[in-house]
Design a protein around this ligand. Structure first.
Ligand SMILES: Cc1cc2nc3c(=O)[nH]c(=O)nc-3n(C[C@H](O)[C@H](O)[C@H](O)COP(=O)(O)OP(=O)(O)OC[C@H]3O[C@@H](n4cnc5c(N)ncnc54)[C@H](O)[C@@H]3O)c2cc1C
Length: 372
């Protein structure tokens, strides 16, 4: 019997598993499909910076904790598994049309994160290929990126080395409970016993939480991506306009994202979705009109109304935890979530205040928490 059973083998479940296993905890991960093939695979891998010293609470603190650990996670994963996850500091430019950059600049500067304003001439100097429609930019030099499919591969390999037991094609369907304790996860292939349990099932988390009497409004939000191929070095920075972006990989691939659609668990690309992405790409970097369209995909983000993930123990259960609802920032916040989950599960002192992520503070006002 494992010490900890984790439902869900996305970046959140895997990061939690790795953190626990490195401390000698025995972990089993149950994954309904294949490991690391859902939202965590589909994401663009953008990793904004944070600053723990000036992060007030909630989102900034989780981002800052994660940001502090991305470089050492990348290095340790590389050393342990031989897999380079593509983590690199490419910097990022937020592009604006007309005098709209001030609030963004003050956002970064408010957290004491290096950011500067670029005039149109300075912007052209930094990235000559950016379209003429953009008159200014906010540069965030410490912005990083990771190739998430490689990162997931590295995490799976590192978990295996640390002794994590993976069971794919095994869906958790509910819980066997006795007096406020979960004793086993019900699965598609029988009950699996463990000491503690974690729900890390991304967009699919709601029914598993409901099965423990806890209503947290997590729902799938589809994001479509188009992958282009052009010459390496056409531009270097991640380019963002509002919620859309171009992420240049070092091999000349450009990730173009993304849509935000509430269409249930439908994961296809649509003509309109891809058309919008391609038009956006050409508007931001006109030279991309000649790029090869290599492939398209979509993923289901775990959307949550307040935008903050829920991380912590389910109230009135002794041993059921959740780490879900990371919406658009699950990759960037995965090291911090893994660390915080390990600390909460093992009763260690926490690196950041877990209060803003706790289930108690986040349950839908219409819901009741009634766990037997
Ligand atoms: C297009 C797109 C772009 C994105 N870009 C970024 C980005 O640039 N930066 C960033 O930080 N974030 C980004 N995100 C968001 C990020 O991908 C997610 O927040 C993150 O992947 C969530 O991780 P997760 O492990 O919770 O979910 P998932 O990766 O979806 O993993 C959940 C896993 O649980 C499994 N599962 C579900 N139900 C069960 C069950 N009952 N039993 C067992 N297993 C189950 C699923 O099969 C899945 O493997 C993006 C997302 C998308 C879709």
């Amino acid at each position: 019997m494992a010490d900890v059973l984790i439902a869900g083998g996305g970046v959140i479940g895997l990061s939690t598993a790795w953190e626990l296993a490195q401390q000698g905890v025995s972990v089993v991960v149950l994954e309904q499909g294949r490991l690391g093939q859902e939202a965590s695979w589909a994401g663009a891998g953008m990793l904004p910076p944070g600053n723990l010293e000036f992060a007030a609470s909630g989102e900034p603190s989780l981002r800052a904790l994660s940001c502090r650990h991305w470089p050492d996670w990348a290095e340790r994963l590389h050393t342990t598994t031989g897999i380079d996850n593509g983590f690199r500091n490419s910097g990022r430019l937020g592009l604006f049309r007309d005098g709209e950059s001030e609030s963004e600049l003050s956002f970064w500067q408010g957290e004491h994160i290096v950011a500067d304003h670029l005039s149109q001439a300075e912007l052209r100097n930094v990235e000559a290929e950016v379209g003429a429609g953009f008159s200014e930019a906010v540069r965030v030099p410490e912005f990083c990126q990771v190739r998430n499919p490689r990162h997931l591969k590295a995490l799976v390999a590192a978990c295996r080395i640390a002794g994590v037991d993976f069971r794919e094609e095994t869906a958790v369907t509910g819980w066997d409970m006795e007096q406020g304790r979960v004793v086993a996860a019900r699965t598609s292939s029988g009950s699996v016993h463990a000491g503690q349990f974690v729900v890390a099932t991304g967009a699919w988390s709601k029914p598993l939480l409901e099965a423990a009497g806890c209503l947290v409004p997590i729902e799938p939000v589809r994001g479509q991506i188009a992958l282009l191929k052009t010459r390496p070095g056409l531009f270097e920075h991640v380019l963002e306009v509002g919620s859309r972006y171009l992420v240049p990989r070092s091999d000349g691939r450009i990730v173009v994202g993304s849509t935000e659609e509430r269409v249930g668990f439908t994961k296809n690309n649509t003509t309109q979705g891809v058309q919008g992405l391609l038009e956006f790409a050409i508007e931001v970097v006109p030279a991309l009109a000649d790029a090869e369209l290599e492939r398209c995909w979509a993923g289901l983000r775990p959307g949550i109304r307040s935008g903050l993930p829920v991380i912590g123990r389910i109230p009135q259960t002794e041993n059921l935890f959740v780490a879900a609802g990371h919406f658009r920032s699950g990759l960037q916040n995965s090291p911090g979530t893994g660390i915080l989950m390990r600390e909460l599960i093992l009763g260690q002192s926490t690196s950041i205040d877990p209060g803003p992520f706790s289930v108690t503070s986040r349950v839908d006002s219409n819901s009741t928490i009634a766990v037997e």
